[in-house]
Unconditional design. Sequence first.
Length: 569
Amino acid sequence: MALGRVQSAIVKQLMEMKLLGVEESEKIMTLSQDLTGDALDQILLKDHGITEFRLLVAKSRVFAMNPINVSRFQFDPDLLEKLPTEFCREHNVVPLGTVGDCVVVAFANPFEMGAVNEIEDRTGLRVVRLLAGAHEIQQKLKKDSSGEKVEFGDVVDAIGAEFGEDQDVRIEDLEDEDSRPIIQLANRIIEDAYKEGASDIHVEPGEKELMVRYRIDGVCQEKLRLPKKVAGAIVARFKIMSNLDIAERRLPQDGRIIFKQYTKKTIDIDLRVSTAPLNHGEGVVMRILDKEKSTLPLPALGFSEPNLLIYRRIIQQPYGMVLHCGPTGSGKSMTLYSALNEINSPELVIRTAEDPIEYTLAGINQMQMSRQIGLTFASALRAYLRQDPDIILVGEIRDKETANIAVEAALTGHLLLSTLHTNDAPGTIARLTDMGVEPFLISSSLLCVCAQRLMRRVCKKCRVAYEPEGREKAIIESAIGWSGTIYKAKPRGCQTCNNLGYKGRVGIHELMEISEELVHAINAEKETAEIKRIAIKNGMKTLHQDSMLKVKEGLSTIEEALANVPPDL
């Protein structure tokens, strides 16, 4: 039996290129047609001495595609955001760049037309296809993918040879930006975390090893284990990048890294750095602030339709106070920035007081706090009240002084937005009262409180549909009075979600709008449970109910919902 049509055409092309003799070609032609393309490639490469490049040229002529050696090209960072490494691996493609309204992509499989349509959808550009070797593409993706631990191997080995177990770190060892391996390691950790979409980097010393973990979609994942002898050097390097005192190891310190000062790559991020003395040495936590990342529109944040209508109406009010509450990393800042972006206009004067400034917003005046010189939220608020603003954003209400000035601003014709650390919306009233704000001032100034959390989105490509039973069915029926098909995460996920079953996050919200009945309850200093009961009676959906709505819509799973918010009592 003869080879398949395509395989025969490749062999004939190699004959025309005088890389195969007549006898060799006839011998190959008599091979079974069940022989796969990969198997034929191996026979040509191993038994007949055809090089990978010459085989690629022959294939390119058969398929009328230009050949390309992808190993000589660098990834385009902008394209990688739209065509991430996982997508490229799945379809065996490498994006090489853009020309006009076209995107140039190297394909290993010339028949992979489904990927062409998806690339055009993701990029909005027309695809120009080039042909590359499958092995070359995989090697390129492995080499340039920031998620591979092999990226760190060379510098870790070099550091091990340079730094001893008890050797003191010299400042000069950490300031030569190119030559020292410790510099390269620090940069690679930050670059790797940024490309993987991490929000935080945790550098944690142990008894025998130093562990590096990234928080991705709200969950910490171990990425690297380093020898204990590296701990002092890597922490000292991060301190130098943050302009902190490397000699002070007994007290916590806070700083900021402007990363573009330390890399030649086009990565424009800042990192908020916090160091702390732990039982096995100093630990470092770095929050990544992507300066190029734009705010999302309010409908993309996960608001249910009723909540979105209420929230949009409230932020259009001329004065009053809007508070967002929730733990660190629950999306409060992003929601506030999105709200400001929606109401921003040339007719309004908007001022913000932030620590740190996470996103730079066009047309809005932002102030960075600095406690070292006495520039606090309270002092910034006092200054703003004399600067004729229409809207003021205060990063966080932390103390009685800031709370009282915020209430004063809301009562004197300004719309004030801020954040507070409480578990739910009704608990905010008790928190403000504990800070020393009079109840009648709270009820007079407050427009609404929005409690929020972030839940991981279940991967759309590999999620598994099922009918809930038993306790799961009872929980969802009790919360939203509905039962039907929902989804759970596939145990080992897929390439799209990096084998996790989840990809991305969605917000859940508890929006408590102040009503006349709530004003009376606040003035009467009613307990939090009573305030919550009144708010629910007036139409408020609790965090648990909103999380179950996301489960119903197929955005997340019951396991993820209950891990974030317990059921209502």
